[in-house]
Write a protein that binds this ligand. Sequence first.
Ligand SMILES: [Zn+2]
Length: 189
Amino acid sequence: MPRKRSQPKNSPPEKSFETKPRHARKRGDGPPHLLIQRSNIDTDGCYTTRLIRKGELVAEYTGPRLTIKQADVLYDHSPRTYLFGLTDGQHVIDGEGVAAFINHSCDPNCEADEVNGRVLINAIRDIHAGEEITYDYNLYDGDPEDPSLCYCGAKNCRGSMYSEAELTRRTKAAKRKEAGKIKRNRRAT
Ligand SMILES: [Zn+2]
């Protein structure tokens, strides 16, 4: 099921995925002002203890680089993954640093940008001390049965962590499937 991952804004949709339990991940590699704490969005989240200015680099999404095939083999049966899809369409980063703890929000205070193969989480507005760090996961290519529901609580919450484009694609695919069923039923009667 982990056929889903985050992707940078505006990157083309291709084959994809999300990863190992969070407790298996390192918490200590980030700057000292980033804390991992309980979050209302998900079990754990990443919080800042100081003001972060708009445009500031918050964290890098670090971890081993895997090919999509390697990740498929490793995480085929994982309910949850922390894979970040790179725009080359061939590789993912298996997040294991502090950035892997950053939750999704539909009204985020950061965005993930890929720069020379590195994934950087940058602040898109000022983030005050005590606030949770978030970015839009823009998930894609997930299991059709997995809605990846979003509980971010934002006014503009789209109800799912999938990207707008992915949600449109899934709605169309569901309609096609439904139309196929109707046709088959007609033939049967
Ligand atoms: Zn949301």
